[in-house]
Structure formats: structure tokens, C-alpha cells
Design a protein around this ligand. Structure first.
Ligand SMILES: *[C@@H]1O[C@H](CO)[C@@H](O)[C@H](O)[C@H]1NC(C)=O
Ligand SMILES: *[C@@H]1O[C@H](CO)[C@@H](O)[C@H](O)[C@H]1NC(C)=O
Ligand SMILES: *[C@@H]1O[C@H](CO)[C@@H](O)[C@H](O)[C@H]1NC(C)=O
Ligand SMILES: *[C@@H]1O[C@H](CO)[C@@H](O)[C@H](O)[C@H]1NC(C)=O
Ligand SMILES: *[C@@H]1O[C@H](CO)[C@@H](O)[C@H](O)[C@H]1NC(C)=O
Length: 538
């Protein structure tokens, strides 16, 4: 029974009013309106709100009592509450806190200030993890026991009732026993419970419920060299076998009492008293407690159910791709209830994908186990991670949601003896270029550009071509006067020669008659072009 949010709000209203012995619901309007003074026995609509809305809208000239459900107590039980119109004012709330059908004023709540870790509090057969914020309404009973029955001895009352903000008894204490104190003399003996056949469970008050027909060994831990302890019992039903354990590792410190094939008449107190006067007691209640048969409706659940007798356990598993919603292990408790409701197997679902980067495009989201989400980025951007994430069996995506990062090309390298003439796009401060930028190269004088003069930054972050290179060349040196050179080209490659032929009547100047100008690797001519002179001058 889960309280709806509305009831929680009502609980707030109730809890706020619950500190006074006869709490009165404030209603300022009632005191201020003149009509109210005339008809003093009527009340104005009560100022109770639920999620911002008025709880009741009715003709309050005739209504004298308002009933509503309040979520009362640490389990948030729905209890019928009411407020009452008396002499023009609302009084209450009064709630059916106990199960006697009567409305009781909500007196002060109780709580536990600091609960020692060994103490276990049970309220309405449900064990409660208490903190100082959990409040228990006036009039309810809680049961307190030591978590490890037999390892601690409870000193004090195990049933506490909340009486107008005060517990009926001081909080009991758990005294550690011999096995926890290294067999110190003052410690009561540890009582160990073994149930080799049958089943048992600890009750909210710390008593041991035993299923009829079980075999129970109670072992009193005491140092044998200090003497023999004594087992006593309150049941008049039969005598029990007692004595030191047989096995070598136990016979010096375990004094045992055995109950074979327990019957309801075996119920009672079993006390081990040591020769030095310390004692510890366990209360045994032999009763056939069954829990309701567990119905496993969910087809995905794999259940291993030991049985439905008190002390039996059931464990549950889910197949891959499903997660267990609830508790995997259940115990049939001495109260006849399973420790928790059977769990469900719910299909794994990965969280929805909320990209932080607005440029990221999320395509095809399948949040089921084995499903996939695919990402893409707009033109000029690339993903910072893989383009897919898979939904894993643990309900998580296989990685982080990527982002979109602008694509850049590395700084272009001008070739030796060349340079960048112009760029169609702005270089970044580190020299890189964004997608679509173009860079044009040129070569120094007497060099020829080979390859693509213009390169473009592509979407993949590479330039469209490798940069060109600059090849040295010699330019046409020009014909000498009265002669010509051969071969005639615009440009000559390194290693090319030219030969001068003079027009008729002219000869190459003798001094240079044998010269053959050669294009040098740096693009210059090895020598001047010979000149032609009138042969009469030779
Ligand atoms: C327990 O007591 C025995 C003797 O009484 C001593 O030898 C041993 O050291 C003690 N152990 C611890 C853990 O205190
Ligand atoms: C598990 O079940 C409870 C109700 O039993 C529900 O409130 C809770 O939201 C569920 N958890 C998930 C993750 O579905
Ligand atoms: C549930 O019980 C099984 C054995 O039945 C055990 O292996 C597992 O650890 C237990 N799980 C929890 C959460 O206690
Ligand atoms: C608690 O369990 C006992 C049986 O041990 C039963 O008699 C009682 O009615 C239960 N109380 C509640 C509130 O369930
Ligand atoms: C999601 O993925 C799962 C596992 O691959 C598949 O079985 C399911 O049909 C997918 N759902 C949709 C709506 O495509």
C-alpha cells in the first residue's frame, strides 16, 4: 500500500498539527469574517490543501465533520482521520491510529534518538531501518531485539509503546556474550542455534519460532575448564539431553541441549547458567507457520523456492537483458510473511540520450538491451567518438555520448623555393584551415610549379592534393645580335644546352667559339650567350 503523493501532503498537515495534545487546525478566515460571528456554530471551509488544490469543496454551512485519509507512521499506513467543527472552529485531526475503530487525537510522536547498531526495530511485523527522522505515532507498539540472537543478550523490555512522545520503557541494550568477548568472566554465554532438520526463524521480539518436527541444538559457549554449565527449561513436556559436544574442536567449549522432533509442547524458555553465575536465555515457540505460496507470474523470472514454511528461502533471477526490480532473496519470516514481495524482471532500458552538443544529430535511438543509437555531425564537423553506442545488459550505454568537433586541415607546407600566394579562407591561429578553405601556391623566379597550384581542405581533414613542387628552369636567354640560338624554348630544363649559330658573314667570337651554355640546376645559365661578330673583324 503505497501512499499517493496527496496523502503525503496530508501527512505533512497532520504531522504539523500533531505536536499539541488537542491540535486545532488554524483557520484565520473563520475568525475574521463577520458572518461567522453571527452563525458561530458553523465553520468556514477548512484550509486543507492537497498539491495546491483545496481538498474539499462542499457546502460547509451543513458539514460539521471532514474525513480524510492520512499517511500515518513509518510505513505510511492509510488511516482514516477527521476534523470536526465545534463552535465555529475546526478541531483535529483525530485518526484511527489503533485498530479499535475509534478516532484518537494525534498526540506527540515518538522517535529513536540514537539506535545502537545491534538493535533491530520491528513495527507491524516489518523491520524498520530507523533514523532519528522516522516517527512513530502515539499509541503504537514496536518490538526491539538484538540482531544476532544468542550472540547478544537483550537487557530490558522488548516491546515499547509510544505514549504521547515518550516510549513506555527505556531502550533495551544488547550485551555481548562470550564468543564476542574472548570468554571474559562477566559475559553471559553465547547461545548458538543449529537446526539440522526443519526450519526456524527469529521473531520480532527475539524469540525463536521453530517449525514442528525440527531438530534443534542449542549450544552454550563456555570454557570447559571453568566447570559445567547447566541447561534449565520451563516446558514440563519432557527432559532434554544435555552435555558437552563430541567433536574434538567443540568439546571444550560447547555445552549442548538437543530438542528432537520438536512439538508445540516444547515451547518455553531455555536457559544456560554457568558455574560462575552468568546466564543467557532463548525462548522457543514451536508452531507451524506458513507463508503464502509464492506465485511467480512473471514469465521471465527464474525462481528457486525452498518452500513456504517459516525459515524457508526463495531466490530469484532474471535473464540477460532484464533487471531484477525488488529483492532477489526472500525469507519466510516467523510472522508468516515473506521478507519482501517477490521481485519482477523488467526489460533493461538504457537512459535517454541527451546530447550536450546542439550540433550533434541523434539518429535511430533504440534504448532496449542490444539496441543502438547512432550519431552524426553536420558538414564540416566530425564526431569525437564512435558513431554508435550499444545498450548493454546493465542498462548503460557502451560509451560516452560524443560531440561534434570542427574538422581542420593541417597547416599547408609551401614547397622549397615556393610560397603561398593567397588563401581562400582564414587560417586559424595555429595555421590550420577549416573545411572548404583553399590555398594557392607560387614558385620563386626561375622555378616552375609542378602539380596542383591550388589545394582545398576537404571534409576528411586532408588537403585535396599534396602541395606542388617548384622545379628549377632557365628562361629563354634571347638570340645574340646577328645570330640565333637553338633549340628555342620558353624554358629550359637543367642540363639543357643551347647552341649559337651566326648569320652568314658573322662568326662566333673566337674566344667563345667552343662554348655551349648549359642550364644549371639552380635555373641559371652556365655562361653568357656567345656573341656573333663580323668575320672581317676576326
Ligand atoms: C583471549 O584470551 C586468551 C587467554 O584468556 C589470550 O591468550 C588471547 O590472547 C585472547 N585473545 C584475544 C584476541 O584477546
Ligand atoms: C521497481 O519497482 C518499484 C515498485 O515495486 C517502483 O517504484 C520502481 O520505480 C521500480 N524501479 C524501476 C527502475 O523500474
Ligand atoms: C541470495 O541467495 C543466494 C543463494 O541462494 C546467494 O548466493 C546470494 O548471494 C544471495 N544474494 C543476496 C543479495 O543476498
Ligand atoms: C504480526 O505477526 C503475528 C504473527 O506472528 C500476527 O499475529 C499479527 O497479526 C501480525 N501483525 C500485523 C500487523 O501484521
Ligand atoms: C531494438 O533493439 C532490439 C535488440 O536489437 C530489437 O530486438 C528491437 O526490435 C529493436 N526495437 C526497435 C523498435 O527497433
Amino acid at each position: 500500500m503505497t501512499p499517493r503523493p496527496g496523502h503525503m501532503l496530508l501527512l505533512l498537515a497532520v504531522a504539523a498539527a500533531a505536536t499539541a495534545a488537542e491540535p486545532r487546525l488554524e483557520n484565520e478566515a473563520a475568525e475574521n469574517t463577520p458572518e461567522n460571528n453571527v452563525v458561530s456554530s458553523r465553520c468556514n471551509p477548512p484550509e486543507l490543501s492537497l498539491a495546491g488544490n483545496r481538498v474539499v469543496s462542499a457546502d460547509f454551512t451543513v458539514i460539521t465533520e471532514v474525513h480524510f485519509w492520512g499517511a500515518i507512521g513509518p510505513l505510511g499506513d492509510r488511516k482514516l482521520c477527521k476534523i470536526k467543527c465545534i463552535d465555529g472552529g475546526w478541531f483535529g485531526p483525530l485518526c484511527q491510529v489503533k485498530d479499535d475503530g475509534k478516532f484518537h487525537p494525534l498526540l506527540r510522536n515518538c522517535h529513536f534518538k540514537a539506535l545502537p547498531p545491534q538493535l533491530l526495530v520491528t513495527y507491524q511485523n516489518v523491520s524498520i531501518e530507523t533514523d532519528s527522522k522516522k516517527v512513530f505515532p502515539h499509541g503504537v507498539e514496536v518490538m526491539v531485539r538484538c540482531r544476532e540472537v544468542g550472540s547478544y543478550k537483550l537487557l530490558g523490555e522488548s516491546v515499547l509503546e509510544c505514549q504521547n512522545g515518550v516510549w513506555s520503557h527505556p531502550l533495551p541494550i544488547c550485551i555481548p556474550t562470550t564468543t564476542l568477548t574472548n570468554f571474559s568472566d562477566e559475559s553471559p554465554p553465547t547461545l548458538m542455534i543449529k537446526v539440522p532438520t526443519g526450519s526456524s526463524a527469529v521473531e520480532p521480539r527475539g524469540e525463536l519460532a521453530v517449525f514442528p518436527g525440527s531438530i534443534v541444538h542449542l549450544e552454550c559457549a563456555f570454557s570447559r575448564k571453568l566447570g559445567n554449565p547447566e541447561w534449565t527449561w520451563t516446558s514440563k513436556f519432557r527432559e532434554y539431553m544435555t552435555g558437552w559436544a563430541m567433536s574434538a574442536e567443540e568439546r571444550d567449549w560447547k555445552y549442548r541441549l538437543s530438542i528432537y522432533y520438536s512439538k508445540p509442547q516444547d515451547s518455553g524458555e531455555f536457559t544456560c547458567t554457568t558455574p560462575i553465575g552468568t546466564s543467557n536465555t532463548i525462548v522457543i515457540n514451536v508452531k507451524a507457520i506458513h507463508c503464502p505460496l509464492l506465485e511467480v507470474i512473471d514469465p521471465h523470472v527464474t525462481a528457486r523456492i525452498e518452500g513456504s514454511r517459516m525459515g524457508h528461502t526463495a531466490s530469484f533471477q532474471c535473464p540477460v537483458g532484464f533487471f531484477l526490480n525488488g529483492t532477489s532473496n526472500l525469507t519466510c519470516e516467523a510472522t508468516g510473511h515473506w521478507s519482501s514481495p517477490p521481485p519482477k524482471c523488467l526489460p533493461v532500458q538504457c537512459p535517454s540520450v541527451n546530447p550536450v552538443d546542439p550540433r550533434l544529430d541523434v539518429v535511430n535511438v533504440n534504448r532496449s538491451y542490444g539496441g543502438r543509437v547512432t550519431f552524426s555531425c553536420p558538414w564540416g564537423y566530425k564526431l569525437t567518438g564512435p558513431p554508435n553506442l550499444d545498450c548493454l545488459s546493465n542498462g548503460r550505454w557502451s560509451g560516452k555520448v560524443p560531440q561534434c568537433q570542427p574538422v581542420h586541415c593541417p597547416p599547408p607546407q609551401p614547397p622549397p623555393n615556393g610560397r603561398i600566394l593567397e588563401t581562400g579562407g582564414q587560417a586559424l591561429s595555429d595555421g590550420r584551415y577549416s573545411v572548404g578553405s583553399a590555398v594557392q601556391f607560387g614558385c620563386a623566379e626561375s622555378y616552375q610549379l609542378m602539380g596542383e597550384p591550388t589545394i582545398v581542405c576537404t571534409e576528411r581533414g586532408f588537403w585535396s592534393h599534396s602541395p606542388p613542387f617548384c622545379k628549377p628552369r632557365c628562361s629563354y636567354p634571347g638570340d645574340p645580335v646577328n645570330g640565333h640560338i637553338a633549340p628555342i624554348k620558353f624554358y629550359y630544363e637543367p642540363g639543357d644546352h643551347v647552341k649559337v649559330t651566326c648569320n652568314s658573314g658573322f662568326v662566333v667570337r673566337e674566344r667563345t667559339a667552343t662554348s655551349r651554355p648549359t642550364c644549371r640546376p639552380d635555373g641559371s645559365w652556365s655562361e653568357k650567350i656567345p656573341t656573333c661578330v663580323d668575320y672581317s673583324e676576326v
